[in-house]
Design a protein around this ligand. Structure first.
Ligand SMILES: [Cu+2]
Length: 505
């Protein structure tokens, strides 16, 4: 149907054009062709002049009208150090192109009026070319462009200057459809290694290599968290993408860089205004004192609701718009305390799981400290409880053995066992049993032997710390007393354990 209507319209238009043609033929015959042509020329010359004036007025008026919405002119001044130079270059370019625009525009539309044909006997001047003129309008723009570009390159160089590692704070942005993962380096100031082969969508979407100790304190911000940056510090952003091209664009800081899969890019910049300071500047402008939600007069004012933003500047798919993130710039000390509050991804998501390469191989100072408090409390609770405590057990979570052997990993286990020594010192009449347990991998008899030997070795450590042999005993239970299911790795891990059992007090 639509095609039929479209076809009918085209046919009708064709008929109209033909009819108009016949009409002008007829009128030309009546008036004489030349006279018609001359009035046509006059009319078109005048239209050309009217357009020349109207278009110039509209251009200048709209530029003036929208000046405060455009980045370098109104309240939206640069919030980064190099951004002022970018804005300066922008202004110079604008002035030059405005001059060229006005001159060419006026000439383009004034000439058809001025040189319209008025006398059919006059012939227009024909000349082939003028070398001097060609040289002038080639070389002048060339010089102007070279000057602009060389200034641009010198600003670019600031963004890509080679720096010593301790001169900047590095963060990493990984774009994907449709969000950014932002990684901070944590206390050590270093981002850990990544390898795409390590990517696990559910547990390690960035492919961080947990074998790299620098990765263990890395902080990964979730998809909607604010990106917090310190004022007056040099920030280097390492940019990558996982699927298609994205672009990391911080408009208020005048930086933009493509995020390319397989090819890390970067830039450095220095924010010079906190979000609060920027809002205070916006506050001076009447249009920023209007409600942020036009339909709700009680909503916060526009300047109060203002946030710096990160946008994806590449049309990367239908959810492209949702890659917007809020960026907050704060004072350096505020940034430090914010960073301290963030939990390392490894600690909250990887530690102690099957993906943790350091499980049973390394203890972190914070863990050692926390475990000591925990064990002391477990024990204190047990000893002050009114129930009969004889036969009660406490799992010694931080006692580790070498894989498949009964040898104590004394480097790691000493913290927990030293805690036990301390506790036994506090309760001099306590008699405890060290109980060994295994999972059900392997045959029951050898598991029994293994658990006995492990318990024995743990007891030997306590003996070596001058705990009286009369207060200690050791026993193996093999796989007979599981705590969890032996069908899962986590369950089996729970079942392999050493316990402290109260025999008498
Ligand atoms: Cu994108």
């Amino acid at each position: 149907m639509i095609y039929f209507v479209a076809l009918a319209i085209v046919a009708l238009l064709a008929i109209i054009v033909v009819q108009i043609g016949r009409l002008s033929d007829l009128s030309a015959k009546i008036k004489g062709e030349e006279a018609v042509e001359l009035t046509g020329n006059n009319r078109q010359g005048i239209i050309s002049v009217v357009f020349m004036i109207l278009f110039l007025v509209i251009c200048f008026y709209s530029a003036y009208y929208y000046k405060n919405e455009m980045m370098p002119y109104g309240p939206l001044k640069s919030a980064s150090e190099h951004g002022f130079e970018v804005d300066w270059l922008f202004n110079v370019t604008l002035v030059i192109s405005t001059i060229v625009f006005v001159i060419t525009h006026v000439l383009l539309f004034w000439f058809p009026y001025k040189y319209r044909m008025q006398n059919p006997k006059k012939k227009s001047l024909f000349y082939v070319d003028d070398l001097k003129l060609e040289m002038v309008w080639t070389i002048v723009p060339l010089i102007v462009f070279l000057l602009l570009v060389s200034k641009g390159i010198s600003i670019m160089n600031e963004l890509f200057q080679p720096l010593e590692e301790n001169q900047y704070i590095e963060i990493e942005a990984t774009g994907y459809q449709f969000a950014w993962d932002i990684r901070y380096p944590g206390d050590d100031g270093k981002l850990g290694n990544k390898d795409f082969r390590l990517i696990e969508p559910a547990t390690n979407s960035l492919g961080v290599d947990w074998n790299d100790e620098a990765a263990l304190d890395d902080i990964i911000l979730g998809g909607t968290d604010k990106i917090v940056l310190p004022k007056d510090s040099l920030i280097r952003v390492r940019i990558t993408a996982k699927d298609v091209l994205h672009s990391f664009f911080l408009p208020h800081f005048r930086v933009k860089m493509d995020a390319v899969p397989g090819m890390p890019t970067y830039f450095t910049f220095r924010p010079v205004k906190t979000t609060k300071e920027f809002r205070e500047e916006l506050r001076k402008y009447p249009e920023w004192n209007e409600p942020s939600d036009p339909s709700d007069p009680s909503s916060p004012k526009r300047w109060e609701a203002f946030e710096y933003e990160l946008a994806c500047a590449e049309l990367c798919g239908k959810g492209h718009y949702s890659m917007r993130r809020v960026v907050e710039v704060v004072e350096r000390d505020e940034f430090e305390s914010w960073l301290k509050e963030q939990k390392a991804f490894y600690t909250t998501n990887i530690r102690g799981t099957a993906a943790d390469p350091w499980d049973g191989k390394k203890l972190f100072p914070s863990e050692i400290k926390a475990r000591k408090e925990e064990l002391k409390k477990e024990f204190a609770d047990l000893m002050t409880s009114t129930d009969n405590v004889i036969g009660k057990v406490i799992v010694l979570k931080h006692v580790f053995y070498e894989t498949g052997s009964a040898d104590l990993n004394s480097k790691l286990s000493k913290y927990e066992l030293d805690n036990v020594v301390e506790i036994l010192g506090k309760y001099p009449n306590l008699h405890v049993e060290l109980s060994g347990h295994t999972d059900n991998i392997g045959d029951p008899a050898s598991n029994m032997g293994l658990s006995e030997n492990r318990a024995e070795n743990a007891m030997q450590y306590l003996l070596s710390k001058n705990i009286s042999a009369s207060r200690l005993s050791a026993k193996g239970y093999g796989e007979s007393q599981p705590l969890g299911s032996n069908d899962t790795p986590d369950g089996r891990k729970k079942n392999r354990r050493t316990e402290l059992k109260i025999i008498s007090k």
